[in-house]
Design a protein around this ligand. Structure first.
Ligand SMILES: Cc1cc2nc3c(=O)[nH]c(=O)nc-3n(C[C@H](O)[C@H](O)[C@H](O)COP(=O)(O)OP(=O)(O)OC[C@H]3O[C@@H](n4cnc5c(N)ncnc54)[C@H](O)[C@@H]3O)c2cc1C
Length: 436
């Protein structure tokens, strides 16, 4: 029986976990803990309700994210794939249609990536944890940090929340997880201010109905100088369109830059006809210019834990990176899976053989978060660095032909292979607490 109004109280020793943010990383971790008798789980979600699912754009998730998810839960990975199209190729052309690069992802990865609506991904990942989610709720305060950070001994936290049922406090929180995405208030509050590094690129995103008549399908990019269009088809019958152009770091995106004429001018090749696919993309952006979402590419430093080890940070909150290689949600999946594996391994160790009565010392949560940090930091830093390096083609003054062809060479392909496959999930062994 699930209690919608508070953490479930299970007789005997339990670990009280509060996950803040039912996005990609938070939902994966929460899904692995939901229903365990040794966990009291609460998921705090700012969105008013599941109506958030109607919003948003689309994502391509790299093979590494899908591989990670399948390691944790083959059934969940299959459900995600069922709501997606496979991402199988890496295709780059000039905006007049001249091909530059085209190779199958199977050359460098063990499985296909996916193309999916953001709303669909949230829906599938949240389904197993719906009863635990408190929508329209935020954390208004965290108590116990002084004890946690003062002498290095981290006691449980008390968390103040506010939502539709008013304000209340959750005491004795063993593990608080910040999974609120890129602008995580918890990370900011408990780990310090997040310095943001602008990359010098403006980015727009748009999801439209597919009326392209087959011009757009798998992941493809088109360059006109450093101006790039990227698009792919997603279920049920939509096309996701991304455009980028150089913008000096820190500069605002002026309204004139967002107008249909300016968009078309950036992507129209001089003296040559535009490829039919690009013409359709530019026309689609013109037709939906008011619905386009604009942002500037930026990243911040990696941080996986705080508050004396009682705070675990995962997903965009931990490793905000630029989206050039489609690694935002992908790394969030890797984070969620890694965190789930480590937490479950520690809990299973505490439960005793065969799930018998708990015979171990209380969970050493700070040690747990330290292990997750150790397991994830280098990998996340690598994904950040490669995403940053791969963005060179989008910078002012870049040569899209030279810089794209370089991405077909062995050195870059090896890096991409390390990102898209590779042993990204370190063993969770060693996370078991010392048993008496
Ligand atoms: C328009 C757009 C397009 C993108 N395209 C791609 C792509 O193609 N490929 C890719 O890999 N990545 C893409 N990304 C990035 C990707 O969406 C993120 O990297 C990914 O969603 C991060 O997952 P997460 O779990 O860390 O956070 P999120 O998925 O952002 O989830 C955070 C959750 O926390 C909730 N929340 C936020 N603040 C609070 C709060 N104070 N209290 C409670 N809850 C809160 C939010 O409502 C949300 O449900 C895109 C991002 C955007 C904005």
């Amino acid at each position: 029986m699930v209690d919608r109004n508070g953490p479930r109280h299970v007789p005997g020793a339990v670990t009280r976990v509060v996950v803040c943010g039912a996005g990609v990383a938070g939902s994966v971790l929460a899904g692995a803990l939901a229903g365990r008798s040794d966990v009291e789980l609460s998921v705090i979600e700012r969105a008013a309700d599941a109506g958030q699912l109607d919003a948003g754009t689309a994502l391509n998730v790299g093979p590494n994210g899908m591989q990670a998810l399948a390691t944790l839960s083959p059934a969940l990975a299959a459900s995600v794939r069922a709501a997606a199209f496979d991402w199988t190729r890496w295709q780059v052309s000039l905006s007049d249609g001249t091909p530059l690069l085209d190779f199958p992802l199977s050359d460098i990865a063990g499985c296909a990536g996916i193309r999916i609506r953001w709303a669909s991904l949230y829906q599938v990942l949240r389904e197993p944890i719906e009863p635990f989610i408190r929508y329209g709720t935020t954390i208004t305060g965290v108590q116990g940090i002084a004890e946690a950070t003062g002498d290095g001994i981290a006691g449980p936290l008390s968390i103040d929340i506010e939502g539709p049922q008013g304000a209340r406090r959750i005491d004795g929180v063993d593990l608080l997880v910040a999974a609120e995405g890129r602008y995580s208030p918890l990370r900011e509050q408990l780990c310090g201010p997040l310095p943001v590094e602008h990359f010098g690129i403006a980015i727009s995103r748009l999801l439209v109905r597919d009326t392209s008549g087959g011009l757009i399908d798998d992941y493809a990019q088109w360059f006109n100088g450093p101006h790039r269009l990227l698009a792919y088809r997603v279920p049920p019958d939509h096309v996701y369109i991304v455009s980028t152009f150089p913008l000096a770091p820190g500069e605002p995106i002026e309204p004139a830059m967002k107008m249909a004429e300016a968009i078309a001018a950036r992507h129209r090749p001089a003296g040559r006809p535009m490829a039919p696919a690009c013409t359709w993309l530019v026309d689609a952006m013109a037709a939906h210019v008011d619905a386009i979402h604009w942002a500037r590419m930026q990243q911040g430093p990696v941080c996986y834990r705080g508050a004396g080890g009682r705070l675990l940070v995962i997903g965009d909150a931990a490793d905000p990176l630029v989206p050039t290689l489609g690694q935002g949600a992908t790394q969030a999946l890797e984070d969620g899976v890694a965190a789930a594996e480590f937490v479950r391994a520690m809990l299973d160790g505490a439960a005793g053989e065969g799930g018998g009565p708990k015979q171990c010392t209380p969970l050493d949560v700070p040690a747990l978060t330290a292990r997750i940090e150790a397991a994830r930091s280098a990998r996340a830093t690598f994904a950040q660095r490669l995403s940053w390096e791969a963005s060179d083609t989008l910078l002012a003054g870049s040569d899209p032909v030279r810089d794209t062809l370089r991405k077909g060479e062995p050195a870059f392909r090896r890096s991409l292979q390390a990102l898209f496959s590779g042993s990204h999930l370190p063993s969770a062994e060693g996370t078991r607490p010392a048993c008496r």
